[in-house]
Ligand binder design. Structure first.
Ligand code: FAD
Length: 597
């Protein structure tokens, strides 16, 4: 007797219906909304609430009150709170991005399960499947494309699942014993919590994301890059094991030895498509003595001087920075400014200064052409304190913003650089992996020209840590064993061009998205990126940081891995219960995931 037969025989099937209507032949191809006659009854919702220990909640939409009273004190307070990613993360009815013009707008689910464990998740998955509901899954809520947001849906919300366990000798279930250091994280953990436990407390390293408030399960399923990915590789490549509830309601273990196909898909195949993850176990690595970076900006006095500056920087990058020590960003701006905000791994202040000195000397030779905004900061600090908010405070380092709410935990902090994205509305966002072949001697001029012409339209951000060329062979090999587009392993950087505005919401007087400015910006962003695409026809793009309207997204996000992912999707979720915009298998559904095509 298998588990399903047993449950039916035992009468438990009445609580958790296991015979999904849409899995039968001739099944309905339209999911239910609250206005539909078949929408679950109050009694059915009550049973679900009982099954999840009273953790089914009707979802409140904090912005609703502002529509009628935009000038009220509470509305003003709300718009202040929308600049705080911790506040947003604590609301089941909000997302970190409030919308994307002409694409999506945040709207709450009808009910959310504030899940505590895999059993709660399984109850939600079974209920959604049995009642033919649209299911949404949200962790940190950082999806730019709104994939954790679905009005008229049942939401599984993992915010409270943030248990953290360190292991000295972890062996993935069913694998030969080769114990290694690891950490198990509840799927609602955000990276700041993970770094606090693994780095600040335990003096070790786990590969996660750059933004401190991103959720672990969402990032890993995207591939996931952090500031030090040029050394350690992607977050997905560090996944050793996941506990995951698949569309049939089974709680499964996925690792290299058990359900290896599902494991592959979870490593970069896109969040919310293959199952609902309840726990992840990740490799724990050695922490170097130092972490640091270089931070300054240079303004060129003319277009010609800026062209020379870009060309010089590319050569300098290839010769001095194209290695596993240097990640994060350089921005090439329309006002002829080059902004450097790069992060180093394993270099002391002296070592890092030595690296940058030739470039700074080159700038100093042309004082009339180049002005450095503020004295360059080139620094190495004890790596153990990288995410230690208390230590940075003691050192008077103004690097973090702090959750101002009464009673907030002291390590509820986020990097100053991520502030602009809390509660923002996106006007445009595009990305492209730039292959390392562009750094060859005979290609550098072409790259410099394209960057200059692209920057006439919008600011180009080069994220060096989001391309793995220059990383150690082990990191590249591990990334090749994930579902991400293999382009990532040949790329020296991910170019990102994006624009948006601070918190805004349609229908709230005084806070409406600026559509005219947004459309202008979108056209500029597209023109800008097209100048780079001319260098890399058919180049790939990072699923989590890309265009909502990405053309040929299957190839862009997953390249040659797409067909394999499609087969895995069909195996574990044949009826497409788990739908996200431009996710694997989403081509079978309408844009909102309610009707099959
Ligand atoms: C301000 C900001 C900074 C960012 N910085 C980085 C960065 O440094 N590096 C980087 O690589 N990316 C970055 N991103 C992108 C980010 O990693 C992805 O959007 C990621 O998917 C977010 O995960 P989340 O849990 O926070 O978001 P959510 O919106 O909650 O989830 C994202 C997707 O994963 C799914 N999902 C979430 N939890 C689960 C689960 N338990 N099981 C199954 N599916 C789940 C959701 O359904 C959704 O489709 C950033 C995004 C923002 C907004």
């Amino acid at each position: 007797m298998n588990r399903r037969t047993f449950l039916k025989a035992s009468g438990a099937a009445a609580l958790l219906p296991l015979c999904p209507r849409e899995l039968r032949a001739g099944s309905p191809a339209r999911r239910l909304r609250p206005s539909d006659a078949d929408w679950p009854s109050k009694e059915a919702w009550k049973k679900l609430n009982d099954a999840v220990g009273g953790n089914l909640i009707p979802v409140d939409f904090p912005l609703a009150a502002c529509t009628s009273q935009p000038d009220s004190t509470s509305c003003k307070e709300l718009f202040k709170n929308l600049k705080n990613p911790y506040y947003i993360g604590d609301q089941p009815g909000l997302t970190q991005t409030l919308g994307w013009i002409d694409a999506w707008t945040t709207k709450p689910s009808v009910y959310a399960i504030a899940a505590r464990n895999a059993q709660d998740i399984a109850a939600g998955v079974n209920f959604a499947r049995a009642h033919n509901l649209r299911l949404a899954v949200k962790g940190g809520g950082h999806s730019y494309q709104g994939t954790s947001n679905a009005p008229d849906s049942l939401l599984i919300w993992t915010r409270h699942m943030h248990d953290i366990t360190m292991h000295a000798d972890f062996v993935p279930h069913g694998c030969k014993p080769a114990p290694q250091r690891a950490v198990t994280l509840g799927s609602g953990t955000i990276w700041m919590q993970a770094y606090g436990a693994v780095t600040t407390e335990a003096g070790a390293y786990v590969q996660g994301g750059g933004c401190t408030t991103v959720g672990v399960a969402g990032l890993i399923q995207s591939g996931g890059f952090g500031s030090f990915s040029k050394h350690y590789g992607t977050a997905a490549a560090g996944l050793l094991e996941a506990e995951v509830v698949t569309a049939d309601g089974e709680i499964r273990i996925a690792n290299a030895c058990t359900n290896p196909d599902l494991f592959f898909a979870l490593k970069g195949g896109g969040g919310g498509s293959f199952g609902v993850v309840s726990k992840v176990t990740l490799r724990v690595r050695e922490l170097p003595e130092f972490a640091g970076g270089a931070f300054f900006n240079v303004k060129a006095s003319s277009d010609d001087a800026f062209r020379r500056l870009i060309r010089q920087f590319i050569g300098f990058y290839r010769d001095a920075l194209f290695n596993d020590h240097w990640g994060e960003q350089a921005h090439v701006s329309s006002d002829n400014t080059l902004n450097i905000s790069m992060v180093s791994h394993g270099l002391s202040t002296e070592e890092a200064k030595k690296v940058w000195q030739p470039f700074l000397d080159w700038l100093a030779k042309s004082p009339r052409s180049y002005t450095i905004g503020v004295p360059p900061i080139v620094i190495g600090i004890p790596a153990r304190h990288w995410w230690d908010a208390e230590w940075h405070k003691e050192q008077h380092h103004d690097v973090f913003k702090t959750d101002p709410r009464a009673g907030a935990k002291p390590n509820n902090v986020w990097w100053n650089g991520d502030s602009g994205q809390a509660g923002w509305v996106i006007w445009a966002f595009e990305s492209l992996w730039l292959p390392a072949s562009l750094l060859k001697d005979d290609s550098q001029e072409r790259l410099a020209k394209a960057l200059f012409s692209a920057s006439r339209h919008a600011e180009v951000e080069l994220h060096f840590n989001k391309g793995l060329a220059g990383a150690p062979p082990e990191a590249i090999a591990a990334a090749k064993d994930t579902a991400m587009n293999p382009d990532v392993t040949d790329a020296f950087a991910l170019a990102i061009v994006a624009d948006g505005q601070g918190p805004a919401y349609p229908g709230i007087p005084g806070h409406e998205p600026n559509m005219a400015a947004g459309h202008r910006a979108a056209a500029d962003v597209h023109r800008c990126m097209n100048d780079l695409r001319a260098l890399v026809p058919n180049g790939g793009s990072y699923v989590s940081e890309s265009n909502f309207f990405e053309r040929g997204w299957q190839r862009s996000y997953w390249g040659t891995n797409y067909e394999r992912l499609r087969r895995i999707k069909k195996k574990y979720d044949p009826a497409g219960l788990l739908f996200v915009h431009n996710g694997v298998g989403s081509e079978d559904w309408s844009r909102d995931g309610f009707s099959s095509r």
